[in-house]
Design a protein around this ligand. Structure first.
Ligand code: HEC
Length: 241
């Protein structure tokens, strides 16, 4: 007796059993799911997840502040959730630091200016001195010779006015920021102070340094809510210095 199968068995039979083991061919009109459908499903899953998460609580889509929890504010010491909202000085510094982008192109990110072109704001008497002069410079612009930290500047065209382009609040925040960065330390400037100068001084021409001399040491009156030289009653938890 031979080891092979039935004597009638042929190569053709063996071939057919092999073919029958395979899955049937797909119907000619069927196609795999299109790629766009897969992406749509993924998108639905992501969006639905983002909606469901916060409903379940404790989860937020806000990646800009990983410390923002659904139940409360920032739990870090000194964070927005610890002692209530940020104090007005800290808030102004935060907003002013992004607002400073407007000035940084000329006065540089480190406040050091550029020799022969843009005077420094770091350690400048114009910045930490009288608030009335500083507000007027930024509100209306400045032209002609100016000496800062012993360096002379007289850039053609001077500095443009920013009063029309920026709100009183934006200007106040930026000025508070430049008065308290790069080693500078001076009381914050509020939007009420900027507004006061705005209302009192209708001017379109840029200032010159001699014209501003009378305001060099003058501070615009007004409450200083927080930070250096604060006049308002200190908050329950004083901000860490
Ligand atoms: C396009 C360039 C430019 C931009 C933008 C600019 N400044 Fe100036 N700034 C100058 C120049 C130039 C002078 C000097 C003007 C002069 O020669 O009289 C100056 C002078 C000053 C001064 C007085 C001198 C000093 O260095 O202390 C202050 C304060 C000042 N700028 C603040 C600001 C602030 C705040 C901003 C943003 C809101 C700003 N500047 C945006 C060019 C610029």
């Amino acid at each position: 007796m031979s080891a092979s199968a039935h004597p009638d068995s042929t190569d053709l039979d063996r071939l057919h059993t092999a073919v029958k083991r395979e899955k049937e061919d797909l119907a000619p009109e069927s196609k795999p799911a299109p790629l766009w459908a897969m992406f749509l499903l993924m998108l639905v899953a992501i969006v639905a997840g983002g909606q469901l998460g916060p409903m379940a609580g404790g989860w937020s889509f806000d990646v800009s502040n990983p410390f923002a929890f659904a139940g409360g504010g920032d739990p870090r010491p000194g964070g927005a959730g610890a002692g209530g909202a940020l104090d007005p000085f800290a808030k102004a510094m935060k907003k002013g630091s992004s607002g400073y982008a407007v000035c940084g192109g000329c006065h540089q990110g480190n406040g050091g200016g550029l020799p022969g072109q843009f005077p420094p704001l770091a350690n400048s008497e114009f910045v930490v001195g009288g608030t009335e002069r500083l507000i007027r410079i930024v509100q209306h612009g400045l032209t002609g010779p100016v000496t800062v930290n012993g360096q002379g500047f007289n850039t053609p065209g001077g500095m443009q006015p920013f009063g029309a382009a920026m709100s009183s609040e934006d200007l106040a925040n930026v000025l508070t920021f430049v008065r308290n960065s790069w080693g500078n330390e001076a009381p914050m400037i509020t939007k009420e102070m900027v507004q006061k100068v705005r209302d009192e001084e209708k001017r379109t021409a840029q200032w010159t340094v001699p014209e501003l001399e009378p305001f060099a040491k003058k501070d615009v009156p007004g409450e200083i809510p927080a930070g250096p030289g604060a006049t308002a009653a200190p908050a329950a938890a004083p901000a860490a210095k």
